[in-house]
Design a protein around this ligand. Structure first.
Ligand SMILES: Cc1cc2nc3c(=O)[nH]c(=O)nc-3n(C[C@H](O)[C@H](O)[C@H](O)COP(=O)(O)O)c2cc1C
Length: 322
């Protein structure tokens, strides 16, 4: 006998836990949740911002958008309707979204993406070289569009070459900046910390020292250029505007397309350097031959091996009292 989920008492902790499976820049997990009577508030935790890498909190807001989409998917899988009010305190506030949940009899297709949340990984390695089915790419673009963003696949050799060159240029600029390197080093953590870019505990002090001290831009640029060149799919996620509202939309679009990609046997990673360096960002957008603001540059393909999940912070650390 199958049992339907108990929608009279929502599993709030389950919803929050699902939200935290989202990706975030440097795995900062810059979110807080506040559970009310029938609502969950999603707030930006700006103490976990990356002022050098992300001075406007653009990626921070995108990361929270990813968590918001996970929350919506988990609600759908629990038989709940989720109504989202974006930025109820205005675009400068920390309250990014208020999600009101209520039981619904209408099943949502979103529930089908639930299983992909725990399977998604940022896959920074080489992909299987098999091309990705164009129908799958079309469905990923539709997924992004349904959340208010545009996914453009860079298809021609010229577009791909140019994008790879922008990534390499971005690497050189970032690694030449000691403040950027210090910020990156500060987020290199042992797994037990529950956040950051994880390394074996014994390797952390040396790795941090090396990153802080040496400009490794040339080596990283060469490796990233190769990763971009070889990737079965290189695609730009963009939005029409460039406000916190657009960043939240970009995050939800990103997470929706990532979950759909996982359900089709794909994983993704990021080559965002040309978006993070202000002077390169319009050049990346130009490559798409569409108006708008590039938010992320993604590689997509079939993974060659399974990766372990990255750590997450304990739920009590990310919840505020109502
Ligand atoms: C907005 C955003 C920007 C990101 N930028 C990068 C990036 O430039 N390079 C990178 O390797 N990973 C990037 N990531 C991936 C995160 O590092 C990754 O999500 C985090 O380490 C957690 O790992 P997971 O995605 O495997 O759960 C980004 C993620 C998000 C949401």
């Amino acid at each position: 006998m199958t049992t339907s989920p108990d929608v009279t008492t929502p599993d709030w902790q389950g919803l929050v836990q699902a939200a935290t499976l989202a990706p975030s820049s440097h795995n900062t997990q810059p979110w807080l949740f506040r559970i009310g009577g029938s609502t969950i508030d999603l707030l930006a935790d700006r103490t976990r911002a990356l002022p050098v890498n992300d001075p406007e909190d653009r990626e921070l807001t995108i990361s929270c958008g990813c968590a918001l989409l996970n929350l919506r998917i988990a609600a759908a899988a629990a038989g709940l309707r989720a109504e989202v009010l974006m930025l109820p305190d205005g675009s400068m506030g920390d309250l990014l979204a208020r999600v009101r949940v209520a039981p619904t009899a209408a099943p949502s297709l979103d529930a089908e993406l639930q299983g992909a949340m725990a399977e998604r990984r940022t896959y920074r390695e080489r992909f299987d070289s098999t091309p990705v089915d164009p129908d799958v790419l079309r469905s990923l673009a539709e997924a992004a569009a349904s959340e208010g963003a545009t996914l453009t696949v860079l298809e021609t050799p010229e577009q791909r070459l140019h994008a790879a060159a922008l990534v390499a240029e971005g690497d050189s600029v970032q690694w030449a900046n000691p403040s950027w390197r210090r910020e990156l080093a500060a987020w290199m953590h042992p797994r037990r910390r529950g956040d950051g870019l994880t390394l074996p505990a014994l390797a952390v002090p040396v790795a941090q020292m090396v990153v802080r001290t040496f400009d490794m831009g040339n080596g990283v640029a060469a490796k990233d250029r190769q990763l971009a060149d070889e990737s079965p799919v290189l695609a730009v996620l963009a939005t029409a505007g460039d406000t916190p509202h657009d960043w939240l939309a970009a995050g939800q679009a990103l997470q929706r397309l990532l979950l759909l990609a996982v359900s089709r046997g794909l994983q993704a990673s990021y080559l965002n350097q040309p978006v993070q360096i202000a002077s390169l960002r319009p050049k990346l957008q130009q490559l798409t031959r569409r108006p708008g603001h590039a938010q992320l540059l993604l590689r997509l393909g079939a993974p060659l091996r399974a990766l372990p999940a990255t750590p997450r912070r304990p739920l009590p650390d990310i919840q505020l009292a109502a």
